[in-house]
Design a protein around this ligand. Structure first.
Ligand SMILES: [Zn+2]
Ligand SMILES: [Zn+2]
Length: 309
């Protein structure tokens, strides 16, 4: 809104015309803003080339975010300790060079900080045996937001077909959800759990035959723990390019978290490239409203702030 008004004022100054023209300019600008406005202007799950699976410089991500009218961007680069590297990945690919990330982020904040709010976050790949090491790591840096994510389940990456071999999809999905519960019992130094049903992006039938109801016995245990611990749930729109029917997690999980008393929901595109920033945010806002949420959440210095939907 602010940017649009400035544009109108500039036009007015250049043209040197009357107040009436300024009013028309403003009305036109506001109309265009309303037509194109994203309902959520804070993307809380972003990667850049500091993550092993992105080659986009942080500057390019930020410039795109500014051009889109984003107000806040929170970078959450990957830190996956003890990743089971196969031939497909270079050893150490998902181990973050955190010093370089911190320095690169500070440079970007100096350069762009007057135009957009930038936050220094992290996406931690959680495995139960890493709980102490991850706590020590998270405490060492001044992260403003921490996503806990399950990328590895009992030493295997659900991205690969091997995870599903010799068993039903339901067995594999249950093992994945159980591993989240195992993580929650031993690791607490995070703000939101990321893409809770991420496994359905990669199973043989993806989200076919998948629903909250089918897994609610275990999903409820996860959601109870999040709510009791004052932890948030991430709505991850990164499912859009995977052709899934729903976002991650599915709408019924988002609804159930609220019904259990949860009110901390961040929204993130999980973009690894500029064109994915803010993708699916209109849909995320509609889903949150339909589930009864009045606010979405952003974090600064690990503290939640609530923004009206
Ligand atoms: Zn992730
Ligand atoms: Zn991510």
């Amino acid at each position: 809104m602010k940017m649009s008004a400035c544009w109108a004022e500039e036009r007015f100054c250049e043209s040197g015309s009357c107040k009436y023209i300024l009013a028309v300019c403003l009305a036109e600008t506001i109309r265009r803003w309303e037509e194109t406005a994203m309902p959520i202007l804070a993307d809380y799950h972003l990667h850049s080339s500091f993550s092993g699976d992105s080659d986009t410089p942080m500057e390019k991500m930020i410039e795109k975010g500014i051009a889109m009218g984003m107000e806040t961007m929170c970078f959450t680069e990957h830190m996956d300790m003890d990743y089971p590297y196969s031939k497909a990945e270079e050893e150490g690919l998902f181990e973050l060079d955190t010093e370089s990330y911190a320095n690169g982020f500070e440079r970007c904040k100096e350069k762009y900080g007057g135009r957009i709010r930038l936050h220094f976050g992290i996406e931690l790949g959680i495995q139960p045996h890493l709980a102490r090491a991850l706590e020590a790591y998270a405490g060492k840096y001044q992260f403003e937001f921490v996503i806990a994510s399950s990328h590895i389940c009992n030493g295997k990456d659900p991205y690969y077909a091997d995870f599903y071999k010799g068993r039903t999809q339901e067995e594999a999905y249950r093992e994945y959800f159980q591993s989240i519960l195992d993580n929650l019992k031993v690791f607490h130094d995070f703000d939101v759990y990321g893409h809770l049903d991420y496994v359905v992006r990669y199973g043989p039938g993806k989200d076919r035959d998948y629903s909250y109801d089918r897994y609610k016995d275990i999903l409820d245990q996860i959601l109870y723990r999040l709510v009791e611990g004052g932890k948030g749930l991430e709505v991850n729109t990164g499912a859009v390019p995977h052709g899934l029917r729903e976002l991650n997690p599915c709408t019924d999980i988002i609804k159930r978290y609220r019904n259990l008393g949860g009110d901390i929901v961040t929204v993130g595109s999980d973009a690894h490239a500029p064109e994915r920033i803010g993708e699916g945010f209109e849909r995320a806002a509609d889903i949150l409203k339909s589930c009864g949420y009045k606010y979405y959440t952003v974090f600064a210095e690990r503290k939640p702030e609530f923004i009206k939907l």
